[in-house]
Design a protein. Sequence first.
Length: 570
Amino acid sequence: MVTALTKKICDILIDKKFITKEDLEKARKTFSAEGGSLGEILVKMKAVSKKDLFSAISESLGFPPIQLTRFKIDKDVLALIPEKTSRLYQILPVSRIGNQLTVAMVDPLNVVALDDLKIMTHLDIRPIIAAEEDMEQAIQRHYEKSADEELTEIINGIKSTQMEMIEEVQEDVSTENLLSITEDAPVVKLTNMILSKGVKERASDILIEPMEKKSRVRLRIDGVLCEYYVPPKKFHQAIVSRIKVMSDLDIAERRLPQDGRFTLKIENRKVDFRVSVVPSTYGERVVLRILDKTQSTIDLERLGFKEENKQKIRDAACNPHGMILVCGPTGCGKTTTLYSVLNYIDDPGKNIITVEDPIEFELKGINQVNVNDEIGLTFAGCLRSILRQDPDVIMVGEIRDFETLDVAVKSALTGHLVLSTLHTNTASGSVTRMVNMGIEPFLISASVELIAAQRLLRKLCHECKEAYMPSKENAEKYNLFDSKGHIAKIYRPKGCKRCMNTGYQGRLGIIECMLLTPKIKDLIALGAQEFDVLEAAKSEGMITLRENGIQNVLEGIASLEDVLCTTIES
């Protein structure tokens, strides 16, 4: 059944020549046979774009599209439609006047949804249109309970006997009793709530920390820690024990650090968690690293690097042998960059092997080996073994000691392309670090082709970022001028609901790429100091991390404050 509204929209699409009558006839036949939404069918047929369909629907309704991000919905109205139905049909109740319910819909042509809503609410449904990208965030924001509400609900549902069991975990109890407590519904719900929240908020880490009189849960979002909520202290050890069970760790051992990992299915996607448990003054502290494959960007084109730096990486990656090093602090995206390089050079004609601890993401068509120190499977030992596996490209997750570095350098000198990471702050500082680890300078200049140092900047929220003119002093100090030599307009964070009032949403990479040109190789071989190598690299065209960050400031992507906090003057 095609409604009068649907007919009107189709007429507009034809009048504006977005679709032909033949397209509409084909879509109607599919609609009659399969049902669903006529609009979706037309889009799937590629007869019309989503943008043009959106425009036609908006015109037919006689309303501009609603901006859900700025709209407040009464709780009584929200209660008329369950969250499950809202997510299923991509709809949100907006307001009710008498017997009429106004509903924001991504696709008002979905007659099945309209019929279901009428039956469910016993009201007349008045649809208005909303953008698809706004709908998911609006559903999440309006239906999601706060941490305190969820916690209160869980605590109120706990029986007295269950609470006694949870409190027992603070004392020395048998392993059997601990297992029983960690499998209890309230503890499972509370732990799952924490893990789900971390994934939904795009956190990279979850910290569960014991304090003197309370427990604390913090999330690291876009590189910054923010407090999620404070559960009662009596729940702390029960949550820790539950995470230990999930990670297959020893729940009875509370004196020694333990590491593990587990995988959960959250919102129809698999998410990996790396777990670190360390004893502290007031109990065990847990840090979970979230590895969400759907959020990962394993593509050089999407990491945020400037084109000239991407080209340097591509050129170095196309060499048949040599070493590429990416350096920076923990959590700055080094491994993601190396994965992106592997993705770029992957070819059925190449034998690519990685040695990692642990394997963060499984790469299709690439052989990956997981280090296990407990059984003697070390980085250096793995490297020696895989050299007998006829590799063309080798990726070493991290160079931690002289033995691993020595094998990696020799591999690069004997016809292999070697990719790895190093914990140093700058590209030029990596040379000093390798010399300190015991490698001769002439071996570095002979084997290394490119050293890159990277950081992650927070991206300004495009909804609320605020323009301003920097002071003349700052403009001169940080070179904040436009192409005409005038002081450039730049942006700073303000904060809105979309970005959780932080002013930032998402991150992008900045990088400095030092190609080892003949001039730089000569300096390294002669044992030059870090400063001399840096000056030579800048004279050869290297853009430093600070300069790269300032470019993003001038483009309105990042804030000056964040760049100054993330990088140092070179």
